[in-house]
Design a protein around this ligand. Structure first.
Ligand code: HEM
Length: 426
């Protein structure tokens, strides 16, 4: 699907039909045993898990998790101030720590061993998406042939990733159980899940996959969005000037105080930046939906089982969809849909499989953008042009070079005063 019009017609308006996922035997069956929500076909288990996620981290509970967004964004800007060259690792730490706090109630530092292992297995899952990376996604019938394990190399890889994922998540479950025994646990997705008795409905392995999938789905995406922000502001500094007009009005032109969550309603430009960050030079891949009954669309016959996918780069960077698409220009989102974070782009997908973390993700972005744009300047570095016009690399290495500096001494002092404690992760 090469336009938002068609994607919305199909995925939104006819969403109940386009609700399943493309069958990907390697990441879905072998490496997940059908238990990773992202690859799960439509059915009772998928419906139940989506409902529980909505209940626990949906719009009704946004305030429960707001303190985590507050403390992690403070820790991030403190790291920008004190270790500016490590901005990429700071972004990764922020994203991992936020989602880990949300799911297991545990903050994480740079170089956290289990986070690194989780990122590694997640990268392997992403590699499984790449065309030609494995035989069974091209020839799915192979997965059902009872061949000896020794002649199925795809199973060696898939089984290893499956076992590694479970071992990583088991460590988090054990850690949480220990904190609960010691009376040191904080409210998080899994503790709410247990409090509501939802754990009674799932075997332990499925519960581990549910928690683990949230970690996987919520960390890289947030990190990549942050990388877009820094590049967009560095290349198009007029966005910073506009953002600061409203930020200075609300928080003072001389670093009087940090923006906080209660300011966001008065910061429309910041909310527009969040949408532009998700659109501009989009780097994350899309995931196909699959049709559960026959359909016809504008002359095409689409039988049950057809996979449909939106062309994320083509839509978001296409001149037929957006004026001057290469320009990081948040003003384009200052319209009647500004307060609908999922409208005007497809970065969270669409329809019944739309990202269930979009409320949390949007709130995180709003607070972060307000604080980062209020306090920091970003500049391209001579001899290291920021490569736009194709998606940034989404691996853990720096996708580009950028210079991070505090906006003024007063802003640096403000960060020292208000954020040092948040960066002290024990
Ligand atoms: C900037 C941040 C994020 C972006 C850009 C993003 C984007 C996406 C996209 C494009 C999809 C596929 C949607 C579709 O098929 O229509 C998705 C699915 C998903 N996302 Fe996110 N996401 C983000 C953050 C999060 C967070 C914070 C969480 C968890 C708290 C999360 C959990 C999930 C899950 C569980 C799925 C699978 C849904 C399903 O298959 O039914 N995401 N996300």
């Amino acid at each position: 699907m090469n336009s938002q019009r068609v994607a919305n017609e199909i995925l939104d308006k006819r969403g109940a039909r386009y609700i399943s996922r493309e069958r990907l035997p390697m990441p879905g069956d072998v490496a997940s045993r059908g238990k990773r929500l992202v690859f799960m076909p439509y059915g009772n288990m998928w419906k139940w898990q989506r409902k529980v996620i909505h209940e626990i981290i949906g719009p009704g509970n946004r305030n429960v998790f707001a303190p985590m967004q507050d403390i992690e964004s403070k820790a991030l800007i403190y790291q920008y101030l004190t270790e500016p060259d490590l901005w990429n690792q700071a972004n990764a730490r922020y994203a991992s720590s936020l989602i880990m706090s949300l799911v297991f109630g545990r903050r994480t530092k740079m170089g956290d061993a289990n986070v690194d292992r989780i990122i590694e297995t997640n990268n392997e899952i992403m590699q499984m998406f790449e065309p030609g990376s494995n035989l069974i996604d091209s020839f799915p019938f192979l997965v059902n042939i009872p061949l000896p394990h020794s002649i199925q190399p795809w199973r060696w890889w898939g089984d290893r990733v499956y076992k590694a994922s479970l071992a990583n998540w088991n460590e988090e479950f054990e850690g949480l159980a220990e904190r609960q025994r010691q009376g040191k646990s904080v409210t998080c997705f899994i503790s709410e899940f247990q409090r509501l008795g939802k754990d009674k409905a799932l075997d332990r392995e499925s519960m581990m996959f549910l928690g683990g999938t949230l970690i996987e789905a919520g960390s890289d995406t947030t990190r990549v969005a942050l990388n877009q922000l820094l590049a967009g502001v560095a290349l198009f500094p007029e966005s910073k000037v506009q953002a600061r007009k409203e930020l200075d009005e609300v928080c003072g032109a001389n670093a009087e105080r940090l923006p906080d969550a209660s300011d966001i309603a008065r910061l429309p430009y910041v909310r527009a930046v969040a949408k532009e960050v998700l659109r501009w030079n989009i780097s994350l891949p899309e995931i196909a939906h699959s049709l559960i009954e026959d359909d016809t669309f504008e002359g095409y016959n689409l039988p049950v089982g057809t996979n449909v996918i939106w062309n994320s780069w083509g839509v978001h960077m296409g001149a037929s969809e957006y004026k001057d698409p290469d320009r990081f220009w948040p003003e384009r989102f200052l319209n009647e849909d500004l307060d609908k974070p999922i409208k005007g782009h497809l970065a969270f997908g669409a329809g019944r499989r739309i990202c269930p973390g979009w409320v949390i993700a949007s709130n995180s972005l709003h607070l972060l953008i307000a604080r980062v744009m209020y306090c920091f300047d970003f500049h391209p570095i001579d001899g290291h042009p920021i490569p736009v016009g194709k998606p940034f690399e989404i691996g853990v290495e720096k996708p580009y070079e950028v210079k991070v500096t505090p906006r003024s001494q007063a802003h640096a002092d403000l960060i020292q005063r208000e954020c040092a404690a948040a960066a002290n992760i024990v």
